[in-house]
Design a protein around this ligand. Sequence first.
Ligand code: 5AD
Length: 325
Amino acid sequence: MRTRLDRKELVRLLTVSDAEFLPVLEEADRVCQEQFGKQVYIRALLEFSNHCKRACKYCGLNCTNSKLARFRMEPDAIVQTAVQAADAGYRTIVLQSGEDAWYSVQILGDIVKAIKSERPHLAVTLSCGEFPADAYQYLKQCGADRYLLKHETSDPKLYAYLHPDSSFAERFSCLKAIKEAGLETGGGFMIGLVGQTPETIADDLLTVASIPCDMAGVGPFLPHPDTVLRDAPHGSASLTIRAVALLRLLLPKANLPATTALGVLDAEQKDKIFRCGANVIMQKVTPADFKKMYQIYPAKFQDYSIEEGRRQVEEEIRRVGRIPV
Ligand code: 5AD
């Protein structure tokens, strides 16, 4: 892309016709292949607790959802699942939860240390929400490699509406703290939130680039029936793809996943995204009983063993002409 991707240009590209956007998709694929060849990295995702103290309006795990049965995995069970994932061929495990104070920073650190002592070559990514800056430093010292914390939306007013107990400024300072702690930093945002404009998305892209994030997930908003946004329309798959392609051009070396939410909305578009800049996919290794209860957004529930899931995702990647790693 010869033109500078400033805010004005990003807004223009987010709103041009599909035909006009096509060269951007091709350029994003070229840049992606220059960095990663045809390889797609597979990450194991373990959802270890659906307890959450937050009231985020879009999320099925929010603390006001009294319909949801809650679960919490014991630290030992988390470590054992990580070991199983490593033995099934995964090189990274993402440990994700709601903001659950049961897991103190100390306990999370102990889990990371135990995983690292059992399987030293397994990269550990945490995705457990907001902490004070020194907590991220501590988790890094315990051996954590990466931390995911999406900024969700860069519009401060929209952010405050969606997250009644937080602010965009706090979120942004957490991301900065993660980066400063020396953790590989994962960000990202949703497409199609109520009141979002192309300008918001341009700012979202620039926010991710300003950290700069080492990874970023962009997914469509999907209305959850047990939230106040149940009647809001879902985000657009093609706009999600545009955002990922633009992010690839802004951050050529970043790891950009094909988000699960995109696959839920439109499986074909999820395949397409590997030809438009995405180079990562996550596969759940959450035990079946808990997977059902971890509904951030409505998704069909699939039951498979860790080994079977691994085979399925490798197959999915080969089907789109890429090489699973
Ligand atoms: N639709 C789509 N994505 C969602 N997330 C949370 N709730 C929803 C929803 N209703 C995303 C957020 C969060 C990630 C774990 O899932 O971006 O960071």
